[in-house]
Design a binder for this molecule. Structure first.
Ligand code: NDP
Length: 314
């Protein structure tokens, strides 16, 4: 028998069920939180919180009222065929998640701006390879995507004194950041940047946006940071441009195929830093509050916050 709020079903291969259950029940003691492997009455399930559940997952629940994407990127979710058409989908946009992402981006940008890949390679040769540092305002960083995550990262970068450019679909204003919008401005933004940071969602418009021609618009020797999605980029072209030196170095958290296959040439490149898709994660203690608030809204017949626009894809 479900409780007054009904049941929330949980699915993720990456996130710890008990931690999420406790965080949610601390907010909503009346909510039954069940792992998908233990659901008894699918008709009592009103809320699903999931990351990459198996195909057909959502079809089993006839009384679903809300789908919570257990993360910020909804590309995998909106591409599914088993989504009930009228159930709202929300995603996690939590300040702690933005802070964690901004920390990663700041680390990656500082690493490139201070030539750390060069010094790491010199150290391996036992070489005292002095290279005079540039002042932060001599380095231009372009943040592509100024959403919850991108705007926070851009703000942090300009605080460090970098000349910071931002790019988004619609016009945005961020103090200290020169903001541009629309496809017609993208190449000009890329052509000014010493370090390019991808923070765009994967949608039909952004898929393969960074093909060979566009990657060639980067300044010779520019650094490339991708913390968004691998499919935004033609990875073979990126690899070739890293090999030729047109792109000087890269920090990559996301790839066309994950895990990155063992034979991929990117692994062996000394000027490429690879991390396994963890620049930021959903944090239960801070996200549970917004999820709980949305559950209460939906239970009261109101629309939830942070709803994604299925037609836009983000
Ligand atoms: P948001 O949806 O809040 O923001 C997306 C931004 O991208 C907005 O500024 C939007 O423009 C812009 N944008 C979207 N489409 C276009 C386009 N066609 N042309 C130009 N700009 C566009 O996303 P978040 O900031 O929350 O997250 C960004 C992405 O980061 C996620 O989609 C996810 O893929 C990735 N991510 C990666 C993680 C990791 O660990 N590596 C962790 C979490 C997220 P506008 O402002 O006009 O809407």
């Amino acid at each position: 028998m479900g409780t007054s709020l009904g049941t929330l079903v949980f699915y993720s291969d990456f996130d710890d069920f008990d931690t999420w259950k406790h965080a949610l029940q601390a907010q909503l003691p009346d909510l039954e939180v069940v792992h998908s492997s233990a659901v008894e009455r699918l008709q009592d399930v009103h809320y699903a919180m999931a990351w990459k559940p198996p195909e057909g997952f959502f079809r089993q629940m006839p009384n679903l009222r809300l789908i919570v994407n257990l993360g910020a990127g909804v590309d995998a979710l909106v591409a599914r065929k088993d989504l009930p058409p009228d159930v709202p989908i929300t995603r996690i946009t939590d300040p702690q998640m933005s802070r964690m992402m901004a920390g990663y981006v700041l680390f990656a940008v500082l690493r490139h701006a201070r030539d750390i890949p060069y010094f790491e390679q010199a150290q391996r040769r036992g070489a005292w390879a002095y290279r005079h540092p540039r002042a932060p305002d001599e380095t231009t960083v372009a943040v592509l995507g100024l959403g919850q995550l991108g705007a926070t990262a851009a703000h942090e970068l300009q605080r460090q004194g970098f000349r910071t450019l931002g790019w988004s679909r619609s016009p945005r204003q961020i103090e200290g950041v020169a903001c541009f919008s629309g496809m017609e401005t993208l190449d000009a933004v890329l052509g000014q940047a010493d370090i390019v940071v991808l923070m765009l969602p994967l949608t039909p418009q952004t898929q393969n946006l960074f093909d060979r021609t566009r990657l060639e618009r980067l300044r010779p020797g520019a650094a490339f940071v991708n913390v968004a999605r691998g499919a935004l980029v033609d990875q073979a072209a990126l690899t070739a441009l890293l090999q030729s030196g047109h792109i000087g170095s890269a920090t990559l958290d996301v790839f066309e195929r994950e895990p990155l296959p063992a034979a991929d040439p990117l692994w062996g490149m000394p000027h490429v830093l690879i991390t396994p898709h963890l620049a930021s994660v959903a944090i239960p203690s801070s996200s549970a509050r917004q999820i709980a608030a949305n559950i209460l809204r939906v239970a009261a017949g109101e629309p939830p916050d942070n709803r994604i626009d299925r037609s836009r894809g983000y």
